[in-house]
Design a protein around this ligand. Structure first.
Ligand SMILES: Cc1ncc(COP(=O)(O)O)c(C=O)c1O
Length: 402
């Protein structure tokens, strides 16, 4: 028996490659905020998380360029040692104020922020309660801690209450949820979650990855959307979506942030966010505040696309945000549809297990404020053509709404 036997036993990806419907690791040759050139052809990008379309904004590009010239292209060290720039502190101060919290701590990615917060916080005798649909980074973060992780059924707050009630007296308790669920596009019912958590003396962490820039005051996320800043203890967010950069943040009470600064292995044992990414995120925060029309446009497109896909007979679940799943069934069906859309000039993502259950595989469509009406029309027409080819639309679909 060799440690590598499992590698030979893993054949699924090669089988899908042989079928010509392998959707992963596609090399992109050039991009705009809303299109990608692949194999020489431009595709409309509805598979990114570029919600505000800021990746190519002139002010964001200029800030990144200036920071590279001033500090170089890499930080070459940990935040703990030589990797902290004045820019990192600027970004932390800005984000603490933005999320209405005492302090903030910036990590190199959103994924590392989850590991770097949950790992050190969940000590012996501590318990974390995660929604079944929480992002993998939160699950991995909770696994890193020595405390116990519990999963509750999606949005089952009675079930959460029962789990909390069973927790041994004297334990630390943290309820952890996505603000917007990344594969469903639904908004967490934070008022109910807060009520149940507080009734049992639990603290609360909300991951605003897909809500930042999309929901709430100035785009501050679901906690702001519901006006619960004083009830939610910790806010996590990533810069890789609306902020068009890479990096992650936790915002919360000063004593917690101070503790994490000195105990978070995902912060200490890795190099810090590169200068251009920090400057890009700072500039994106400015643009987000100064150009609120981007959020207005994003929501107009969201309503239009969800309505049209529904009227075409597609199952878009209960989506409430610019993340719109089109549920198609099993993995092969999802990848076949992905390929047909790709050939029709549309870049989506097939979402298959373990990200979603086997029979609810989906194409994930995500919108950007920069999408033009013409691009959206191209996407919808491609869905209509491909859906018909695959007989995916419900037979009782109603005529297209305008
Ligand atoms: C809900 C959620 N949290 C965290 C992350 C990790 O963020 P990043 O990709 O910036 O590391 C993601 C990324 O997809 C996410 O969807």
């Amino acid at each position: 028996m060799s440690i590598f036997d499992k590698c030979d036993a893993y054949t699924l990806a090669r089988e899908v490659q042989a079928m010509g419907i392998y959707p992963y690791f596609t090399p992109i040759e050039e991009t705009t905020a809303t299109e990608a050139r692949i194999g020489g052809d431009w595709k409309v990008m509805v598979g990114s998380n570029n919600y505000l379309g800021l990746t190519h904004h002139p002010k964001v590009l200029e800030a990144a360029r200036r920071a590279s010239l001033r500090y170089g292209v890499g930080s070459t060290g940990s935040r703990f040692l030589n990797g902290t720039l004045d820019l990192h502190y600027d970004l932390e101060a800005r984000l603490a104020a933005f999320f209405n919290k005492e302090a903030a701590l910036v990590f190199t990615t959103g994924y590392q922020a989850s590991l770097g917060v949950l790992g050190p916080l969940l000590g012996r005798n501590d318990h974390a309660y995660l929604d079944r649909l929480d992002h993998a980074s939160l699950v991995d973060g909770a696994r890193l801690g020595v405390g116990e992780m519990h999963r509750y059924s999606h949005s089952d707050f009675d079930g959460l209450g029962r789990q909390l009630a069973r927790t041994p007296a004297g334990s630390g308790k943290l309820v952890v949820t996505d603000g917007v669920f990344s594969m469903e596009g639904t908004i967490a019912d934070l008022p109910r979650l807060v009520a149940v958590s507080k009734a049992h003396g639990a603290s609360i962490l909300v991951d605003e990855a897909h809500a930042l820039g999309v929901l709430g005051n100035d785009g501050a996320g679901t906690v702001s959307h519901f006006g619960l800043q004083n009830q939610v203890d910790l806010i996590l967010a990533t810069f890789s979506k609306s902020l068009a950069s890479i990096g992650g943040v936790v915002a919360g009470p000063e004593n917690v942030i101070h503790y994490l600064r000195h105990h978070s292995r995902a912060l200490i044992f890795t190099a810090s966010m590169p200068p251009s990414s920090v400057a890009g995120a700072l500039a994106a925060l400015d643009v987000m505040r100064n150009e609120p029309e981007r959020r207005v446009r994003l929501w107009q497109l969201t309503r239009r696309v969800a309505t049209r896909l529904r009227s075409l007979g597609f199952d878009v679940g209960a989506t409430q945000t610019p993340v719109i799943p089109v549920v198609v069934g099993d993995p092969i069906r999802a990848m076949t549809m992905w390929r047909a859309l790709f050939d029709d000039g549309v870049f989506t993502h097939p979402i298959v297990p373990p990200a979603v259950p086997e029979h609810t595989c989906r194409l994930r469509v995500s919108l950007s404020a920069e999408h033009t009406d013409e691009q959206i029309e191209r996407v919808l027409c491609a869905f209509e053509r491909v859906g018909r080819l695959m007989s995916l639309q419900a037979r009782d679909s109603v005529p297209m709404a305008s």
